[in-house]
Design a protein around this ligand. Structure first.
Ligand code: FES
Ligand SMILES: [Fe+2]
Length: 418
């Protein structure tokens, strides 16, 4: 499908500024019609969505529930080596089938009128299908095969299970591109061990959070903890890698390469410069070299709403679920590796204090989107400026750049026909 031809009649009258992706009209964070169009064209359109790790559903019948945009989905291991992704909505009258985050079923049975489905979503039985004592029941020509659960396309990569509503989107690895797949293979080269999961509500449009993730410029300015303890500064070696669509990105840096001399950090002109603080217990930041490449921080985003995080030895996958125009829910799954020693496991748990809703680093990311949302108002007319690092969409050797944010908008506009 040519995405530029895909604009639906319902798409709102947003005129993109003539400057292109170096401007973003604030209306994209507030428009209810655009939100509805995103559900149809983006989330139920030409994207792949991460649903979970294969090890979260190890046995046949194990399931977890997830979301693709506002559509509830069940990921289930439906055979020894196969997964099904099913819309979590009964084909009878639309009731939710599975309420739990995770569980085990031999079949999916609806509590409302007891219609039952196989693990691959086929309708298997309908209560009182033949009526009672030969009276009532379904019409003679009722065809079970017409009332299966909606099944999605599923593919896996490195133990990560993705699904899509689209029959036409490219296979997963083509959708991600070679650079993004290579980074996933780097992170997920070893069997994973799940450490825990949680979610947090953000009072902002979902795209404001995705911009924040792709914005390497803000990290050492907004997050005082990072610069105070010299964990991540723009004076470290690093860069931005974008895929061809611009929608996916990797931001990376090497902590051992910090040469801050002569920068704004050393001149003390930044709010983020706090030289007089020391941690009483330095174990909070204890770490070891995880990879041979020297990269200590790597944030990867996969369009539209997934993040793979390496902050020293703290790893997580995050998935963002829109919950209305001005709200979204961020799901975190923290992980280590099966081969971790007990000490490495403890270190990862300690480092987990850096991230999450109360994380020493990421706490501010939970509110800064709302700082924008509350300032632009309900019917905004202004626009954001994205000129750091130029006006183009390309990989860069500097992280003093908004190139990956511009890349997000380039990809978004193509999907949305804006
Ligand atoms: S809504 Fe599920 S059986 Fe009626
Ligand atoms: Fe941040």
């Amino acid at each position: 499908m040519n995405l530029s031809d895909a604009r639906p009649v319902s798409c709102p009258p947003i005129t993109w500024p003539k400057e292109g992706v170096s401007r973003v009209p604030y209306q994209v964070y507030t428009d209810p019609e655009l939100y509805a169009a995103e559900q149809e064209q983006l989330f139920r359109g030409e994207i792949w969505q991460f649903l979970g790790f294969d090890i979260e559903v190890p046995k046949v019948g194990d399931f977890k529930t997830a979301w693709i945009g506002d559509t509830p989905v069940i990921l289930v291991r439906s055979s020894e080596d196969g997964f099904s992704a099913l819309v979590n909505r009964c084909a009878h009258r639309g009731a939710t089938l599975c309420f739990e985050p995770q569980g085990h079923r031999r079949e999916f049975s609806c509590v409302y009128h007891n219609w039952s489905y196989s693990l691959t979503g086929e309708l298997k039985s309908v209560a009182f299908h033949r009526g009672v004592h030969g009276v009532g029941g379904m019409p003679k020509d009722f065809n079970f095969g017409d009332h299966d659960l909606r099944r999605l396309r599923v593919e896996t990569l490195c133990g990560l299970v993705f699904a899509t509503f689209s029959d036409t989107v490219a296979p997963l690895q083509n959708y991600l591109g070679e650079k993004m797949c290579a980074h996933l293979r780097r992170v997920f080269a070893r069997p994973v061990r799940i450490l825990g999961s949680y979610s947090q509500m953000l009072n902002n449009n979902w795209k404001l959070y995705m911009e924040n993730v792709k914005d390497s410029y803000h990290a050492s300015l907004l997050h005082l903890f990072l610069t105070t303890f010299k964990l991540n500064r723009l004076s470290m070696q690093g860069g931005l890698t974008l895929d061809e669509s611009g929608g996916h990105h990797i931001s990376f840096s090497k902590m051992s390469t910090d040469l801050a001399g002569g920068t704004d950090y050393e001149s003390g002109r930044l709010r983020a410069q706090q030289d007089d603080f020391r941690l009483r217990d330095p174990r909070l930041l204890g770490s070891w070299p995880e990879f041979d490449d020297g990269i200590t921080h790597a944030i990867q985003s996969l369009f539209p709403n997934m993040v793979v995080q390496q902050i020293q030895n703290a790893f997580a996958v995050r998935v963002l679920v829109p919950r209305g125009v001005e709200r979204c829910e961020l799901f975190w799954t923290l992980f280590g590796f099966a081969e971790d020693t007990p000490e490495q496991h403890r270190t990862r748990l300690r480092l987990a204090n850096l991230v999450g809703p109360a994380g020493l680093i990421s706490m501010e990311d939970g509110i800064v989107g709302n700082f924008v949302q509350r300032a632009i108002g309900e019917r905004p007319t202004g626009k954001a400026v994205l000129e750091m690092g130029g006006r183009t969409v390309e990989s860069q050797e500097s992280r003093v750049s908004e190139a990956s944010v511009r890349g997000f908008w380039q990809c978004y506009r193509r999907h949305m026909g804006l």
